[in-house]
Design a protein around this ligand. Sequence first.
Ligand code: GDG
Ligand code: MG
Length: 204
Amino acid sequence: MNKLCDVFFQPMKDSIYIKPFTMYFTLNGIKRNWDLMEVHDSVSILIYNVTRKVLIFVKQFRPAVYYGKIPSQERAGNVDVQKYPAELGVTIELCAGIVDKDLPLVEIAREEVLEECGYDVPISSLKKIASYQSGVGATSSKQIAFYCEVTDDMKIHEGGGVDDESIEVIEMTVDQVMDYVSKEHILSPPSFLFCVQWFLRSKL
Ligand SMILES: Nc1nc(=O)c2ncn([C@@H]3O[C@H](COP(=O)(O)OP(=O)(O)O[C@H]4O[C@H](CO)[C@@H](O)[C@H](O)[C@H]4O)[C@@H](O)[C@H]3O)c2[nH]1
Ligand SMILES: [Mg+2]
């Protein structure tokens, strides 16, 4: 249960996570410009616990998702959190993290599995599924998705993330995940959908 309060929005000041730019260019003789953001690349990991045959995901409050749930006319001043509770911004995602260190991607993926989900896995257990653009309209970052099988005895702590992260680790059976992805709208990113479909297609 997330306890949310004191919510308000402000135009962004300098950020180490997001750098906005306008790109000016001439393409096929036509002068144009495009507003975009530089963001970090990322890794994501689809984790399957073979001991109990469950997929491991993370549930977390996403400010950007929450923002999207607040009607524009109610974004000035403090947000009424009774009317707009934290749950509106809670997503189900793959374990994932930004590439903000000069380390091999597979090592960053291994660290995320440990920090967010509590499983201490060997590098050799991480298999690359795909590499793709995580955004194309406003951001240019790419994401590299891995698949990782774990066993119960690799679990060395509860997970939950580091520093101010507040992550809940959840487990779903194959039936539960099939049911979840067939809902009318799911609060999960496309990378989640893609990797789950990949799993259902190639691992079952
Ligand atoms: N953006 C931002 N603004 C802040 O003000 C801000 N303040 C702190 N941070 C820090 O950024 C890090 C974000 O956590 P992760 O490294 O675990 O990355 P994720 O948020 O899981 O994002 C991944 O997974 C997503 C789902 O697949 C994809 O969509 C993303 O592309 C992908 O990067 C944390 O250390 C957090 O403390 C901010 N980050
Ligand atoms: Mg993360």
